[in-house]
Design a protein around this ligand. Structure first.
Ligand code: ATP
Ligand code: F1X
Length: 307
């Protein structure tokens, strides 16, 4: 089973405002609410790609109830720990440009931390754990490391989609997949990643530290895959970007979903990028038919084949 862990879920409150003016009274033309948080997005997209997952992490309050009802309505399994506090609401303001305001998240007591770690201890070598998104500030900065250490003891595969210190601390741990964007990868090494060659060069440093698959997404500039023997580049299809929220999560979902169906790496990489773009081209997360429609527009080519 694939478990997605969202330590800091949200309701994503999307507001469309024509000509947003900071400091003024703005009226939205359209609003919508979705369950959010990176792990939850991965579960939602994978379900649309016909792969069942279970969403875990922390949730609470009326906002948490909304998230769980939404997941129920999409037949997505979940088993969250109740924080008895309201899950945060993240504002995604769409105007001439996209502005995001993400809440800080709940207070997670020592007792609730142990409860989640006990749950992780029950996973086996047949399971995958996706660690995605930020940590609420009340959690110790090494909480992902604690989780991945337990996974290493049980041979549970770990996928990580996070940034900053949470990502930095995970390096050196055996990870199945990391998907930094080019800014996150650059921040890790204090460099600017502005080409596929550089993405491959610094991505390989992650492989050298025990990561099996690395995908570096570079927004509209394409994406780079680095594995033990392969370095691949994929272009992105052309289209109007309506929504970048969840696009990165969709890349992870598409790649994992294709691997679950035993697709070769090249095809899984193409499927991941198609999923990211299919989400970017619409208001909510991608659907399977949108992903498959884009596949033929994505070329995957070797940057450097290593035997
Ligand atoms: N301009 C674009 N055209 C086509 N696809 C795009 C574009 N921008 C982003 N995408 C799709 O979204 C994926 C993820 O984008 P990006 O590299 O910005 O990752 P990210 O920063 O992790 O995303 P997010 O905004 O979800 O955090 C890309 O790999 C691509 O599939
Ligand atoms: O604050 P974090 O955990 O870094 O990111 C949370 C978030 O911005 O990420 C998802 C998109 O990737 C959204 O659904 C959610 O609001």
């Amino acid at each position: 089973m694939i478990y997605t862990c969202t330590l800091n879920p949200s309701i994503d409150y999307i507001m469309h405002v024509n000509e947003f003016e900071a400091g003024g009274l703005n009226r939205a033309q359209d609003t919508s609410y979705y369950p959010g948080g990176k792990g939850i997005n991965v579960s939602r997209v994978m379900s649309r790609l016909d792969v069942q997952t279970q969403a875990i992490g922390y949730i609470g309050g009326f906002t948490g109830a909304f998230v769980q009802q939404f997941l129920d309505s999409e037949s997505i399994q979940h088993d969250f720990i109740d924080t008895k506090q309201h899950t945060r609401i993240n504002v995604k303001l769409k105007s001439n440009e996209e502005t995001e305001i993400n809440g800080p998240g709940s207070e997670i007591s020592e007792q609730l931390q142990q409860e989640l770690l006990r749950k992780i201890k029950r996973l086996s070598n047949k399971d995958t754990l996706v660690l995605a998104g930020s940590l609420p500030s009340s959690l110790p900065a090494d909480f992902y490391v604690q989780m991945s250490t337990i996974c290493a003891e049980n041979d549970t595969k770990v996928v990580a989609d996070t940034s900053g210190s949470a990502l930095e601390q995970l390096l050196g741990h055996p990870l199945f997949l990391l998907k930094p964007n080019h800014h996150e990868l650059g921040d890790l090494f204090n460099v600017t990643i502005d080409s596929r060659k550089k993405a491959a060069f610094y991505g390989r440093k992650l492989i050298d530290q025990g990561v099996k698959h690395v995908i570096v997404s570079m927004g509209g500039e394409g994406a780079v895959y680095i594995g033990h023997r392969k370095e691949l580049y994929a272009n992105v299809p052309k289209g109007e970007v309506k929504n970048s929220v969840g696009a990165g999560d969709s890349v992870v979902s598409g790649f994992l979903a294709a691997l679950e169906k035993d697709e070769p790496i090249e095809d899984a990489f193409r499927y991941g990028v198609a999923s990211g773009s299919a989400t970017a081209f619409q208001d909510d997360l991608c659907k399977k038919e949108d992903v498959e429609h884009l596949l033929s527009q994505i070329d995957v080519s070797a940057i450097n084949e290593k035997e």
